[in-house]
Design a binder for this molecule. Sequence first.
Ligand SMILES: *[C@@H]1O[C@H](CO)[C@@H](O)[C@H](O)[C@H]1NC(C)=O
Ligand SMILES: *[C@@H]1O[C@H](CO)[C@@H](O)[C@H](O)[C@H]1NC(C)=O
Ligand SMILES: *[C@@H]1O[C@H](CO)[C@@H](O)[C@H](O)[C@H]1NC(C)=O
Ligand SMILES: *[C@@H]1O[C@H](CO)[C@@H](O)[C@H](O)[C@H]1NC(C)=O
Ligand SMILES: *[C@@H]1O[C@H](CO)[C@@H](O)[C@H](O)[C@H]1NC(C)=O
Length: 351
Amino acid sequence: MKERGRIEIILSYIVPRRRLVIPILLLMGVAILIFARATGEMSSLKTRSVPEFEEYTYESLLSTFHNVTQINPHKYHYIHSPIKICKANGNSEDPELLILVKSDVTHFSYRMGIRSTWGNFSINSFKLVFLLGYSSTIEALVQSENDKYHDLVQENFVDAYRNNTIKTIMAFNWAVRTCPGTKYVLFVDDDYFVNVNSVTEFLKVNATLESDLFVGFRVDNARVFRYIESQWYMTKPEYPFLHYPPYISGGAMLLSMKTAMILQNSFAYVRYLYVDDVYIGIVAYLLNINLTHSDRFVLTFASDNLDSCLAAHNYGSPDTLIQEWKIFLRRHYDYTVHIYSQQMKDILYIK
Ligand SMILES: *[C@@H]1O[C@H](CO)[C@@H](O)[C@H](O)[C@H]1NC(C)=O
Ligand SMILES: *[C@@H]1O[C@H](CO)[C@@H](O)[C@H](O)[C@H]1NC(C)=O
Ligand SMILES: *[C@@H]1O[C@H](CO)[C@@H](O)[C@H](O)[C@H]1NC(C)=O
Ligand SMILES: *[C@@H]1O[C@H](CO)[C@@H](O)[C@H](O)[C@H]1NC(C)=O
Ligand SMILES: *[C@@H]1O[C@H](CO)[C@@H](O)[C@H](O)[C@H]1NC(C)=O
């Protein structure tokens, strides 16, 4: 009864006053148009940046992450940048291989462990630098570390997990600008053991075939973590698709300088994502760069895989690394040969 009454009242307003019908309809039309435009824009914005539960395609990844303007400028500057690593910064020649070790700024002992083991293996032509962000509370220590070893590349962004990709971009920038004459670059985390001899051997045999080399432990079809507790938690606005394109596990990536240059050129135009290996994977995918899987980039560290691996993850503590390194050297090399430095002999207790 009440409903009918209300409708009758409304009708009595509109219907008898015929001359009002057209203006009212017009007004309603305009209102609907404005409303539709607003919500339409919102929903098209939403589907452009957040197509929920959709799988990525080349086109959707491109339109979500790429822009012709510089949407990901790298606006940090060096605090430390070592010299005499390559020709472009004062060395007499370029190393065959440049190793860039991504290191947490607080990991002094990890860096020391690497410097006194695989990072100081003088029989190969390679150079090694560490990549650090900034932390005001320990900068004095970092300064004195660099005074002693001259091997730190550090910029003024805060050293934090969510800034991982900034660090990786710093690494590419530094490698490309400082060592363009180097043939290969290896990006590796500070909790990795690297069998530099195997890497050199691998490059000699295999890399001439592929001048656009990008090899490591390839991860295919990885699902995005939506749990807030996850270390790799990703919101939908950050990454709207269900899966990631293939990527090389960021702990260890071996690239030709040519590939590194192509990637480095594109970072400014690809939207930031804090998981650095996924980010590089997206850039590589958009550029049609092939990612090669190799089982010799192993994710677990064990005495018996150090011989055949190119890189092995998670040695535990720097002490373990040093112990294993001694065993490794004894197993592999005649340590009376002159190639060993005094420091290496000290490690091996050779008189
Ligand atoms: C590119 O970025 C600019 C500035 O952030 C933005 O206005 C524009 O809509 C973006 N273009 C595309 C195609 O996403
Ligand atoms: C690395 O080896 C050189 C000799 O080749 C040695 O003088 C130096 O002390 C070693 N560095 C470290 C950190 O052990
Ligand atoms: C990343 O670095 C920038 C620049 O130093 C800083 O503003 C930001 O807070 C850092 N991010 C995190 C998660 O600490
Ligand atoms: C070169 O690549 C092939 C195929 O991936 C592999 O079987 C071989 O072990 C590699 N050679 C070296 C020296 O690593
Ligand atoms: C990627 O690898 C495939 C198969 O090995 C090859 O056919 C293709 O040419 C490669 N693409 C590039 C850009 O190197």
